[in-house]
Design a binder for this molecule. Sequence first.
Ligand code: ATP
Ligand code: MG
Length: 388
Amino acid sequence: MQEVLLCKLGEIVLKGLNRKAFEDRLAGNLRRRVRRVADCPVSLRQSVIFVEIPDGVDADAVVEEVRRVFGIASICRAAVCEKTLEGILAAAEGYLAEQIAAARSFKVETKRADKKFPLTSIGVSQQIGGELAGRHRNMKPDMHHPELTVHVEIREQYAFVHAGPEPGAGGMPIGANGRAALLLSGGIDSPVAGYMMSKRGLELVGVHFFSYPYTSERAKEKVLELGEILTRYVGRMPVLVVPFTRIQEAIRDNCREELFTVIMRRFMMRLAERLAAEYECGGLITGESLGQVASQTMPAMAVTGAVCDLPVFRPLIGMDKEEIVRIARKIGTFETSILPYEDCCTVFTPKHPNIRPKLPRVLEAEEHLDVDALVEDALAGVERVVLG
Ligand code: ATP
Ligand code: MG
């Protein structure tokens, strides 16, 4: 029996005139994602994306990929059949045989996208329901709380039978809202932040600051591993590895210890903004959460944010660590994030960081540094790795 996935679109349905562009983008994203596991025809009709499962293809593997595509609200795994009552009945009994054998109650729910079909939706449900009830005495019709709902969808060319939708990844198609630079550390938070913004339709470019030899080659590999896991959701992602050692040493040698972290973070933002311009990114993304560490107090974030013009997205700002960890586990980054390799943020950490830094004091401290030269020097050493 020919199997197909009916992917129903999410929020993009609200987008009026842009709808066509959104739908095409989503179909393109989906096609690229499915290609990672199998060669399945993907087509878009009446705001539903059809993924055909050819014989011999592992449908579970395809569903697994489709579940991670942002912009899809729900996925129905269905059998394709002729648009006749006999065809629909045969498909239901064949495709849903196991569910039918196990259910004690059921109903049939029909949707008719083809309004020319001779029977109404209710008519189809009654006919198919009557036949099924007669032949499968284990299930009683129950319109309110059935164990099994047999869904029938009558569309342009074919009818489809399935046991109901499962939720898709939600969100918006990647790229629909542009591109942003994700400041990606080896921690728990930043991969989650990237996942969340990608879900809102942003394509990502990763930026990682690397302080060799204070942080090891293995620490960099860990970040790239995290990036690779993330690509299962966010698709292809370049990661720019920025040498950060000289900047950190210059700060250590020339600035007051209590301001180390905030000055370092301002360098991160400057560099990320420059790379963002190069890669046509309209914003920056960080994994900051209010009050989590000294550099994430409101005054510290004000001083850090003041150095760049692009919007800074901090999707975790109002979340507890526990909530962040839950998402990290769900997307599969947690186990890698907790591997014990140092991050550049833990190099030269002040014992008593200033949690209420004032911008004029910070600007004064930065006068002891050749900021422009340090920035240019770091940019000259950027290494680019493409993941996914
Ligand atoms: P995470 O779990 O993401 O490492 P954290 O709680 O350790 O977060 P910080 O180390 O203060 O927090 O970093 C805050 C944010 O700054 C990170 O979420 C990330 O976006 C960015 N960041 C920190 N270190 C780096 C780095 N080495 N390279 C790129 N971005 C970084
Ligand atoms: Mg960190």
